[in-house]
Write a protein that binds this ligand. Structure first.
Ligand code: FAD
Length: 390
């Protein structure tokens, strides 16, 4: 029998191909070099000062639009994309959010629903990280219920004129292009809005206590006039943005386990070295029970992510299964981070350790891409056939 590996107690790595391991190692090394030495400082200041450089480096790694084909994208497998999300979020959820919004929301919307011309215009620059993108669905008064959005696009001759507000938009202020969802006479449609458009602005949202190493913005659209070909031709109705969200949520299923792994590792290290009552706190049964329970949920979550990844690669992943993974893995990840925090005692609240930062970040991850309650309602509906949303 192979020896027990504390880093991979279930032997999940046996499911990986050599290319998968290479992708994981590349992203892990990049994050260790470019994010980990700086992220506590960025977090403390509430900024991501090197976002453009980081985006270009992530582009060079092939991490932007990673599982998309063509147009400069890496064409990686869903499992490889997931492994990258896990390694990025082990550094910080803000960096994984940058990559998720760029690749799974903005680029995915263009790739799946855009015209050939739109894809050629935007995707190569976005894949290279030269152009940052954002995805505007949520509004100040409409979050979980995007079907009620008020942002609208009206025809004026052949042009479109957009008015409205979007809220909590990741990458907004640094984006060169925004994919904005709006009501039209034909239902909800997606629009490609270049950041320089007259009437468009993206003020940054400050004073966040979570996801502080991430740019979050409002999008303001005041009579933004766009040509006829600004609309994404292949998306009509809410299923357009929802399919993008499903792709991004899939990445979060993996990513959340990265944040959890980072906290768990910090807790194990601390428990082995911190002494109270004359011996390491890891030698007390109560601490071991916490570590054992955390290891169960961490590695079950990683196994679940692999399972969903293989289904996505086989073209068999249903949105309800993504809800299953997002609900479970983010909820368990935040629990692991909070329990790790208790093991670190007072040090657990310090930015000297990654634990509180991850726990606070996961409060956002728990809410965005569908709150816990929304995913419970998705599963409740799938299990009973009864719609409890309204
Ligand atoms: P609400 O919808 O008002 O919900 C408040 C509470 O009520 C929640 O607990 C919710 O579950 C509950 N609730 C609502 N309806 C029901 C119901 N029927 N039954 C039971 N409970 C219910 N959005 C984007 O479009 N693009 C982005 O890039 C983006 N980035 C984000 C980044 C950050 C840091 C954050 C925090 C959010 C981001 N969001 C983004 C917005 C996010 O998707 C929304 O916050 C989320 O969908 C929830 O909407 P809300 O905040 O308006 O909460």
């Amino acid at each position: 029998l192979p020896p027990f590996d504390p880093a991979d107690p279930l032997g999940v790595d046996d499911l990986l191909e050599p290319e998968d391991l290479a992708v994981r190692a590349t992203v892990r090394d990049w994050a260790a070099d470019r994010v980990l030495p700086h992220v506590a400082g960025w977090y403390e200041k509430g900024e991501l000062p090197q976002i453009r450089e980081l985006a270009r480096e992530l582009g060079a790694l092939g991490a932007l639009g990673m599982s998309l084909d063509g147009y400069g994208c890496a064409g990686a497998s869903a499992v490889q994309y997931g492994l990258a999300c896990l390694e990025l979020e082990a550094a910080d959820s803000g960096i994984r959010s940058l990559v998720s919004v760029q690749g799974s929301l903005a680029m995915y919307a263009l790739h799946r629903f855009g015209s050939e011309e739109q894809k050629r215009r935007w995707l190569p620059g976005m894949a290279a990280g030269e152009i940052i993108g954002c995805f505007g669905l949520t509004e100040p008064d409409h979050g979980s219920d995007p079907a009620s959005m008020r942002t609208h696009a009206k025809r004026d001759g052949t042009d479109w004129v957009l008015n409205g507000r979007k809220m909590w938009i990741t990458n907004g202020s640094v984006s060169g292009v925004a994919v904005v969802w709006a009501q039209t006479d034909d239902g909800i449609r997606g629009f490609v809005v270049p950041a320089g458009s007259a009437g468009f602005s993206a003020p940054e949202i400050k004073h966040k206590l979570s996801l502080r190493a991430s740019v979050t913005s409002e999008l303001v659209l005041d009579d933004v006039r766009l040509p006829a070909d600004a609309v994404l031709p292949e998306a009509v109705g809410l299923k357009g943005p929802l399919s993008c969200l499903s792709h991004a949520r899939y990445g979060i299923v993996w990513g959340a386990m990265g944040a959890a792994r980072s906290c768990f590792e910090a807790a194990v290290d601390y428990a082995r070295t911190r002494e109270q009552f004359g011996r390491p706190i890891g030698g007390f049964q109560l601490t071991q029970a916490k570590l054992a329970d955390m290891a169960l949920e961490l590695h079950k979550g990683i196994l679940l992510a692999h399972h969903l990844g293989r289904r996505m690669d086989a073209g068999r992943l249903r949105p309800e299964q993504v809800s299953f993974g997002k609900l479970n893995n983010v909820r368990e990840a935040i629990d692991i981070c909070r329990t790790s925090r208790t093991i670190l005692g007072a040090n657990g609240i310090s930015l000297e350790y990654p634990v509180m930062r991850h726990a606070a970040n996961l409060e956002s991850v728990l809410t965005y891409e569908g709150t816990v309650e929304m995913h419970q309602l998705v599963l409740g509906k799938a299990l009973t056939g009864l719609d409890a949303f309204r």
